[in-house]
Design a protein. Sequence first.
Length: 94
Amino acid sequence: MKNDLERLKKEFGEVITKVTDRESLETLKNEFLGRKGKLKDLLKDVAALADDERKAIGKIANEVKDAIEAAYGHKEQEIVGSSQAAQAHIEWID
């Protein structure tokens, strides 16, 4: 399960680089972190694990979630910044 979580984190990192607009970014976030997202799907079997294993997997899952949210926030700022720069350029030309 640890490998699956790491793979999920890597997959998000690869896919997010291709996103160019907010709508696609939001869709991607929901695909990974939403109620029916990939992370939830991986974690549905955690309850069946032994206590030590559950704690370890929970910690890793939280780290993966935090990394995905951080990447999302960074990309969102990048998209907002580029759209604001484009808008400022258009307004300057007018």
